[in-house]
Design a protein. Structure first.
Length: 301
């Protein structure tokens, strides 16, 4: 009798749970279908249709982490940073037993973008950068080889004026992905900006061996030489940067200033004129320095 009762209770329990499981399964299937539609709309640059389909996917199954993440990607594409942040947070909250470092990485990226937006206060900027660093660190807990999380963390530490922490993160990036030349560029330029051009030079020279076609690498090396009063070597490095990317305004400026140091007037003016023609939103003090140097070249008899 007791055994029969236990069997009956087990059967009753199974009968009660099965419809709910089937319902959940149908909800997920519908959500996946809508999510895939949304992704296809996004690929065709139909953002409004993509957004609607993905919102419907989440309504069909609010626990579908991938749908939350896909909606965040669409919002990010539209530069709707706050909406993207909420969607990525939704993905993280619902990933349950399928943790995904990319969700944390993408959350950190949109938090950083909010801190970099025009018009934010210093306090808001620092708060968003700090939040982004925390998100990147969570991503690394799930995927320790996610080198771009180290790289982005290094960039943020540099912006927060914490060069030692930035150095650690850039070097970890290089350790994980030696061929990722932006890490050499960022690390080298940071040392130049902090007054250690000799350290920068060794980093950037190593970087050119990793990737000799990175214009920003050669430009950084030119900056290092110029900071160390080595204009001839600077010209060689800037010339290589210009050959790779003729529109790299930093290289044009560097060339002009290096030629000016050697009192080669025509070459200095040529490159500084090119720089001023492409300067765009270059810092005002840099534009002024270029103009002042050109004026000084004109005064030379």
């Amino acid at each position: 009798m007791r055994r029969s009762l236990i069997v009956a209770l087990l059967l009753a329990s199974t009968a009660l749970s099965t419809p709910a499981c089937k319902l959940a399964s149908r909800a997920r299937v519908q959500s996946i279908k809508l999510m895939n539609e949304g992704i296809e709309f996004s690929k065709k640059n139909n953002s409004s249709a993509a957004e609607k389909a993905l919102q419907d996917a989440i309504k069909a199954d609010p626990t579908h982490a991938a749908a939350h993440h896909s909606l965040g990607v669409v919002y990010r594409k539209q530069t709707k940073w706050i909406d993207a942040e909420k969607s990525f947070q939704g993905a993280i909250e619902n990933m349950q037993d399928e943790p995904n470092g990319k969700y944390w990485y993408d959350l950190g990226a949109v938090q950083a973008a909010q801190g970099e937006a025009d018009g934010v206060t210093t306090q808001e900027r620092e708060s968003k950068f700090t939040a982004a660093i925390a998100s990147f660190q969570e991503a690394l807990k799930l995927n320790p080889r996610l080198y771009k999380a180290h790289f982005r963390t290094g960039q943020l530490y540099e912006k927060l004026d914490q060069p030692e922490k930035a150095d650690t993160e850039f070097r970890k990036t290089i350790e994980l992905k030696p061929e990722f030349s932006p890490a050499f560029v960022e690390l080298g330029n940071m040392y130049i900006d902090y007054g250690h051009a000799n350290v920068a030079m060794s980093i950037l020279q190593m970087g050119t061996q990793v990737n000799e076609t990175d214009a920003r690498m050669w430009n950084g090396l030119g900056r290092a030489h110029l900071s160390l009063n080595q204009p001839k070597d600077a010209i060689d490095a800037f010339t290589k940067a210009k050959a790779i990317d003729p529109d790299l305004v930093d290289a044009l400026y560097g060339l002009g200033m290096a030629y000016a140091d050697l009192r080669q007037r025509s070459e200095a003016k040529e490159n500084l004129e090119l720089f001023l023609g492409k300067a765009g939103d270059a810092p005002e003090h840099v534009v002024k320095a270029a103009r002042d140097t050109m004026a000084r070249m004109d005064d030379v008899i």
